[in-house]
Design a protein around this ligand. Structure first.
Ligand code: SF4
Length: 410
């Protein structure tokens, strides 16, 4: 197989964010290409009530040094946002963590105001926040709507109390349901539920009930990820000491179940682990998967602008010291050359159900021995001039195979 010719639609046709994309199916190539030109911002809030045993994010738990100094951190974020050298209007804003809902509404408002002041936030921008159900009350939800948030992503993970306990989560299934009710009553019309599958001790029946309950709550968006054992976490230490590890075969079955259930409920898979109703994709995520430009603020963040990837300092105290000295809190950066940039675009784009334009990498990859083997095995194919992974569970394997393409092949 060789990829079909590219669609021929000029990039400029996709160059603005517009509600005209509201009716596009979440897996539409037109929508994916549009996302490439959306400018977004990510703000990291590292604070968590406690550290979950599987988590390796840049977080600070309440009982760790600096864990309660939220006001000082927000001051630093506002200062860092003011240092942004190249602001242009934002089409998507995402507050993630950590647990952004550990902050008071007044602090969340300061962050959004400073982004609007420095960049300008487009009238129809998505403003999204990640939330833990136990922090979310009707009054808090109303405050967030007033600030301008229009999307909330709840880290629910499971509706089985035993699984939640194994994951170290402090909310109950009932609190998760109440959080969604509170979001609805405050007029949030774009709600995501995050689920995790494959926790040791989780049964098929427990997973089915969690998926059923999530779908009954009628979210506009669903994300579902396999539990992974990351080095340096309490979970990895437990597994090294002999505790059961997640079973990959079982996780594959669980993935197939959630995919089938989500599709039956009318949610469309647009990325390996993400499903949405039309008009409710996560613009921020889609834009970053399409190598759109984004700025990122806070500890341990990475951003991507003008072909440069830059990293922020991960340690909270070092980050605060640097910003308070009036300097940008960078820990490093790299310039992506044309080949690296193109290869990354192709590899990340493979995650999308819309597939990816072959560009200069796709042709040599599909023509390589490994590419032909993947085509013959029905793992990748061509659709509408794009390369598509037909077996989403094998996406990482396909992406690793792309690493064998060298500049000399293109
Ligand atoms: S709440 Fe989320 S970010 Fe915080 S420790 Fe748990 S998994 Fe990590």
């Amino acid at each position: 197989m060789s990829p079909e010719p590219e669609s021929g639609i000029p990039d400029t046709q996709y160059s603005v964010l517009s509600t005209q994309y509201g009716d596009e199916s979440p897996d539409s190539p037109v929508l994916a290409e549009a996302a490439r030109s959306w400018r977004s911002a990510y703000v990291h809030i590292p604070f968590c009530a406690r550290r979950c045993p599987y988590c390796d994010f840049a977080v600070v738990a309440a009982d760790e040094a600096g864990g309660m100094d939220t006001r000082r951190y927000v001051d630093a974020l506002v200062a860092e946002i003011d240092m942004e050298p190249d602001p242009s209007e934002l089409h998507a804003v995402n507050l993630g963590g950590g647990t952004p809902t550990r902050l008071r509404p007044v602090d969340l408002a300061r962050i959004i105001d400073s982004l609007d002041h420095r960049f300008g936030i487009a009238d129809d921008a998505e403003i999204s926040i990640e939330a833990n159900p136990e922090d979310w009350t009707p009054a808090f939800a109303r405050d967030l709507r007033r600030i301008g948030f229009d999307r909330v992503s709840f880290g629910i993970q499971s509706f089985d109390p035993a699984v939640l306990e194994a994951l170290g989560r402090t909310h109950s299934p009932r609190e998760a349901e109440q959080a969604i009710e509170a979001a609805r009553s405050a007029d949030f019309s774009n709600v995501n539920i995050d689920l995790i599958y494959g926790t040791p001790g989780e049964t098929d029946e427990s997973w089915r009930r969690s998926v059923d309950r999530a779908i009954e709550l009628d979210p506009e968006h669903l994300s579902s990820y396999a539990l992974t054992v990351e080095g340096g976490t309490a979970l990895s230490r437990a597994v090294l000491a002999g505790a059961p590890a997640p079973d990959p075969d079982q996780q594959a079955d669980r993935y197939e179940h959630v995919d089938e259930a989500a599709r039956s409920a009318g949610l469309v898979r647009y990325e390996v682990s993400n499903w949405a109703r039309p008009g409710h994709i996560c613009r921020y995520n889609l834009s970053t998967w399409m190598m759109g430009e984004f700025s990122a603020f806070g500890t341990g963040t990475h951003d991507h602008r003008g072909g440069v990837r830059a990293r922020n300092i991960r340690r909270l105290d070092a980050y605060l010291d640097r910003v308070e000295m009036g300097a940008r809190p960078r820990s490093g950066s790299e310039c992506l050359d044309e080949f690296d940039s193109e290869r990354e675009r192709f590899m990340v784009g493979l995650r999308l159900a819309a597939g990816v334009r072959p560009g200069s990498i796709g042709g040599p990859f599909v023509a390589s021995d490994e590419g032909r083997r993947l085509v013959d095995a029905g793992v990748i194919g061509a659709r509408g001039g794009r390369v598509v992974v037909l077996k989403p569970l094998l996406t990482d394997l396909v992406a690793r195979s792309v690493l064998s393409v060298s500049p000399a092949d293109c």
